[in-house]
Design a protein around this ligand. Sequence first.
Ligand code: BDR
Ligand code: CA
Length: 314
Amino acid sequence: MQKYKIILDCDPGHDDAMAIFLALGNPNIDLLAVTTVVGNQTLDKVTHNARAIMEFVGANNIPIAAGCPRPLVRTIQTAPEVHGSTGLDGTHLPEPTQPIDQRHAVDLIIDTIKSHPPKTITLVPIGGLTNIALAVRKAPEIVELVKEVVLMGGGYHTGNRSAVAEFNIIIDPEAAHIVFNEKWPITMVGLDLTHQARPNDLIMEQIARLNTPISQFVVESLNYYTTGYRQRNGYSDHAPVHDLCAVAYVINPSIMETVKAPIDIELQGTLTTGMTVTDFRMPAKAECHTQVATKLDNPKLWEMFINSLKQLGK
Ligand code: BDR
Ligand code: CA
């Protein structure tokens, strides 16, 4: 069986937690490291959450390292309105006890990439891009060494933190600019795609029926997250589980349609800073190294996720 090696750079966060479960429970994913970055909450809080999630599922042998406590240039923006004051409000996890890796996340990322054969590791950032930008500045050779970057962030037709900018990009647009301008293959799993990634009542019931501690956590988590979306955005539907989609793409790219197109990050706009400007004007040139995800097979996503939860519950 082919195993895909990934490094997950995250800011848990309810949907980050779901992405971690998908990665840990899927037999095709080899999760080599989890790194954290300021985003949904402060670095201390998201690192605490990452440790708690990993220990909760018994994943004690995978290194976790804390990364950047603030963006490269801008002041910190967190998302308490989405994830609460802890970053995982509405859930209850035991306090973590295992120590984290003493390296900075940037060093864990670089060391992990260099200790594996070239082009075998996929970077999966599902938070702001601060750690990844610093890693590539510290060790530019990793651009040639990683297989690809599959990130949750951006959007080619809409934003969420502003009219045109998505949270993970707008919180550190300079970092995003660095990452998108390196010549590694990048798949942008942005809001255009992730807004399709919503469970429904039936899926939520299927998850609840698993009746394991992990499924209970998932239900608590998604209920909290959806309630917030409904209050803020006037949704009647379930909330989109963004970060899950990036891991799902690594597991099975055919779960999404993608289009090759150049993408750059707006840094100067008075209204548009953090926009992932995507150029669809003509067929992309052969050297184009970026693509955007456009259409999701949503039933397949949830089937994949539920299968992971079943594996973790064993
Ligand atoms: C992204 O922002 C965060 O709040 C989520 O965890 C996700 O990574 C969605 O815009
Ligand atoms: Ca996230």
